[in-house]
Design a protein around this ligand. Structure first.
Ligand code: ADP
Length: 501
């Protein structure tokens, strides 16, 4: 399929135009190949609704091919690579991502709708850092010696130790909100530990994963160690159910996370899940209000609210509620809506028409239930999938806008009374991914952090991540931890060896 280069591509880098000119294939066993069934799909620019390029659609046979090539590499050449060799490879990939950051960011902006400037400064810099961070880990994955007794062998002498071994062939299934970054939450940690990876990017945003495969191949990646299968949910389901996949790492909706658990049962593969959220931002009256207004607004508007950690429930102490919510609404109203390729845009389009309908559906339901929009409340324009940044008040805890993950630039704000406390409201959710607390009282802020059931709590900031900090969810926000040392645990298994001396 040859597509007309769409007009919004006029100001993108020649390398991006070149990348988009050709139909995209699957990356299996170090080769670029068509899907076995010859199927393809089109990926679109959400700023215009125009097609970007055509992409191969992987089916079950392609999953078999990728898994088989991964198994060959895992049992063969890759198993002979020393930790230092893996370290050098991952470091080279990190360096190459820095070098190509602008190009990757433009590709991401076109495919996802996010700001190219933010994608370069945040997504790409952090992606490169994650490769470098786990490059460092490759040479530091250690076992222990264990002083054992073996009670029924008195007088015997033992030498016991543990080793950390890779899990094997890992499937990685990722969403569309931070396409390359979500790959980087999984791929470098898995490879650092000596695993191989079959990556399935989201159907809405397949492009940067394919460009990553090119970059990794150029950096010296052996065949089979990393495959990219572009496709839809059925491709992901085939990976999750595959009997020769040893682990599946998934980031996405809680609903699909539960399907992954079911699919993984056949061979009891290991499963790690990073799922949805409805993260509270707790604002006490003693907070630095100017900083808290800007920070909480960005906490729910960053990436147009398409973040699993979006601070979409503002719990605000009652005596500052009106002043505070007016301040946040003003920030929302002053945000400039426009395409990700325009450096002056604050809020870009949502990723797809489906997502536009979902988000506006939630807003309309909230308004019908009795909520008031202090800002926004509608779609913006008629071209592209834009939604006005929306702050809803007069919201009851039973409303769907309060309970469910919306994944758009929408937050609800509700007041709390200091004597009643905020703990019950903060934890009134099936999710437990993240939260933030805004206060100048250090003890109160730490006490609140302790009371909140969430995998990450930020104090006087929101969405402040680091490669070294473990990330994952309590409750229905997931299983296991990514980033930091937690990911090393999740991509290795421990072997105990006991020697009778
Ligand atoms: P979102 O709601 O953010 O689109 P999803 O959870 O639907 O997130 O999708 C996240 C990823 O999971 C995507 O790559 C998608 O193709 C994939 N996926 C969707 N359905 C399934 C499934 N049944 N099994 C495995 N992967 C799936």
């Amino acid at each position: 399929m040859t597509l007309e280069i769409n007009s919004s591509l006029a100001n993108v880098l020649p390398s991006v135009q070149e990348f988009l000119r050709n139909d995209k294939q699957l990356f299996i066993d170090g080769q670029w190949v068509d899907a076995a069934a010859g199927e393809t799909f089109v990926t679109y620019d959400p700023a215009t609704g125009q097609p970007l390029t055509s992409v191969a659609r992987a089916g079950a046979e392609d999953v078999d091919r990728a898994v088989a090539s991964g198994r060959r590499a895992f049992d063969g050449e890759w198993s002979l690579w020393t930790p230092a060799m893996r370290q050098r490879l991952l470091f080279r990939i990190g360096e190459a991502i820095y070098e190509h950051a602008e190009e990757l960011a433009q590709l991401e902006a076109l495919d996802n709708g996010k700001s190219a400037g933010v994608a370069q400064a945040v997504d790409m810099v952090w992606t490169a850092e994650l490769f470098e961070y786990y490059a460092g880990w490759a040479t530091k994955i250690e076992g222990r010696t264990v002083p054992v007794s073996v009670p029924w062998a008195p007088g015997a002498s033992w030498h016991a130790y543990t080793t950390r071994e890779p899990v094997g062939v890992c499937g990685a299934i990722i969403p569309w909100n931070f396409p390359l970054l979500m790959a980087a939450f999984k791929v470098p940690a898995a490879l650092a530990c000596g695993n191989v990876v079959v990556l399935k990017p989201a159907e809405q945003t397949p492009l940067t994963a394919l460009r990553l495969a090119e970059i990794m191949a150029d950096a010296g990646l052996p065949a089979g160690v990393f495959s990219v299968l572009t496709g839809f949910g059925d491709t992901g389901a085939a990976i999750a159910a595959h009997d020769d996949v040893d682990k599946v790492a998934f980031t996405g909706s809680t609903e699909v996370g539960k399907l992954i658990v079911d699919a993984a049962k056949g061979n009891l593969k290991k499963v790690s899940l990073e799922l949805g959220g409805k993260s509270p931002q707790v604002v006490y009256a003693d907070a630095d209000l100017e900083a808290a207004i800007a920070g909480t607004a960005s906490g729910f508007l960053f990436n147009h609210g398409q973040a699993c950690t979006a601070g979409s429930r503002l719990l605000v102490e009652d005596r500052i509620f009106d002043e505070f919510t007016q301040g946040v609404a003003e920030v929302a109203r002053n945000s400039k809506i426009g395409p990700g390729m325009d450096p002056t845009s604050d809020i870009g389009p949502l990723v797809s028409e489906e997502q536009l309908n979902r988000v506006t559906g939630y807003i309309n339901q909230g308004l019908a239930d009795g909520a008031t929009a202090l800002s926004g409340g509608r779609r913006h324009g008629e071209v592209g999938y834009y939604v006005e940044p929306t702050l809803l008040v007069d919201v009851e805890a039973s409303f769907s806008v309060y309970r469910e993950e919306i994944f758009g630039p929408v937050a609800v704000a509700t007041p709390f009374n200091i004597d009643e406390g905020v703990q019950a409201a903060a934890n009134d959710t099936p999710f437990g991914l993240a939260a933030s607390v805004w206060s100048r009282d250090i003890s109160k802020a730490h006490r609140t952090a302790r009371a909140i059931k969430a995998g990450t709590v930020w104090i006087n900031c929101h969405n402040a991540f680091d490669a070294a900090l473990p990330f994952g969810g309590y409750k229905q926000s997931g299983w296991g931890r990514e980033l930091g040392e937690g990911a090393i645990d999740s991509y290795t298994q421990t072997k105990a060896v006991n020697v009778l001396l």
